[in-house]
Write a protein that binds this ligand. Sequence first.
Ligand code: SF4
Ligand code: SF4
Length: 235
Amino acid sequence: MTEADKRVNLDQLDHDSCRSWDYSQDFCVTCGICSSMCPVSGIDDFDPRKLVRMISLGMENEAVDSRWPWICTMCGKCEASCPMEIKISSIVRKIRSLRERDEVPGILHKGLETALKTGNNLGLPKEDFEFILEDVAEEIAEEPSFENFTVEIDKKGANILTTIHNKLVNTHTDDLKHWWKIFHAAGEDWTVPSENWEGTNWGLFTGDDEAMKKMSGRIVDHMKNLGAKNLLWPE
Ligand code: SF4
Ligand code: SF4
């Protein structure tokens, strides 16, 4: 599957295999616009146009076994530029959903399991999370014009509730500062939940609908329980 010039015997394919897939894959005119837009086109011979053609031909098993769907970042650039409006990123997600869960690539599989169990992909305990947020807030408060800066965790009735990307409390804590400072400068009323704060929904990325709903539901619960007016879900 990885050799670009691998030949397929069309007579041996079950052309009805993906017939029920409702992503307009059969309308592909092989224009290649998706391939030229795709930021990961060429990696291990990946090319969204080829993947669409595989599904159109009924090569479901080959697509599910392939590494290609996992190379895709699901950015959606291909889909946005496809003249035939083929739902390419939905095709990718559908293929991912058909993988046995324990064969989902390691970091995604482990991250999702950890998030479902602990509320975040890192397995960061609540106390450590709060410590990191307050530490970042203290650093901001040391800067001129931000002397009164604090982070309000689990504040009720805030105008904005924001989720956090796990890397922002792991390796990129400085990146939290930029938008927190904007909140401060704008006089915004905002808060962060102390638990289930993960903004990265790996249920979405792994094609696991149940997990996606569970993680999304947690955010919805925050909105209700904390009475926040608006949700900022940076991901
Ligand atoms: S942009 Fe759309 S029509 Fe063109 S090759 Fe890609 S999937 Fe096919
Ligand atoms: S969604 Fe996937 S296939 Fe489409 S452009 Fe982005 S990375 Fe490429």
